[in-house]
Ligand binder design. Structure first.
Ligand code: PRP
Length: 211
């Protein structure tokens, strides 16, 4: 039996994923050691390997087959646009991708004005404005704290994740339009799905019973 390799997005998502996997008897004790600098972890008995990667890199590892399976947010899947199979909605980390800004920007959206849109997700923003709204906009890529952009005058609106809404509230911004719901998803490499179909389908059906 060959190893099945999992790429997990570093952080809370990886921790929660391991908890779900434990419920179906998949454990990886050496991964729980907080002080370890190891990058790859093995469960010899089940012939499984796990590694942690930056969220944005998980779809890349899975598309190229360096990982058979990945767990990552839908935001990252949409932004990266990789050729991978999305197989399970894990229901964790539920939030929304939204267009946000000051209430005054509502009119600019309504009238399809040429506006600037700041985002950590330039591809999602581009796709939404070009293909769904048919509005020509200038996209400005940022790397975080995107809510700053409309406050300091970098852009009229932002495209960003809204979870509780408190970041927006505390900065005098609102959700102006909703783009899509988000949550953590399991993704699979196209070839692995064919070559290891029985093992992967069993994993998917067992996961669904505990979700
Ligand atoms: C995310 C997101 C929002 C915030 C939304 O940022 O980009 O800023 O969380 O959460 P809320 O609706 O519960 O306030 P994150 O904390 O990941 O950091 P970042 O700003 O560096 O992207």
């Amino acid at each position: 039996m060959r190893y099945l390799t999992f790429a997990l997005a570093k952080g809370r998502l990886a921790k929660n994923t391991l908890e779900i996997l434990e419920k179906i008897g998949i454990t990886c004790e050496e991964m729980k050691d907080k002080d370890t600098r190891k990058l790859i972890f093995v469960n010899e008995e089940l012939k499984l390997k796990f590694f942690l990667a930056k969220a944005g890199d998980v779809p890349t590892y899975v598309e190229y087959g360096a990982a058979d399976i990945g767990v990552v947010g839908k935001d990252t899947i949409l932004e990266e646009g990789r050729d991978i199979l999305e197989v399970v909605d894990l229901g964790m980390g539920k939030c929304r991708m939204c267009v946000c800004g000051p209430k005054s920007a509502e009119e600019l959206l309504k009238h399809h004005d040429m506006i600037r849109v700041a985002s950590k997700y330039p591809n999602i923003a581009k796709d939404y404005f070009n293909n769904k709204k048919h509005q020509t906009v200038e996209i400005i890529k940022l790397n975080g704290s995107v809510e700053l952009a409309p406050i300091v005058g970098l852009s009229e609106v932002i495209v960003d994740i809204v979870e509780t809404g408190s970041t927006l509230r505390e900065n005098g911004l609102d959700v102006l339009e909703e783009i899509c719901p988000l949550s953590a998803r399991m993704v699979v490499n196209q070839v692995s799905m064919k070559m290891e179909n029985a093992r992967i389908m069993k994993l998917i059906s067992e996961l669904k019973t505990v979700l």
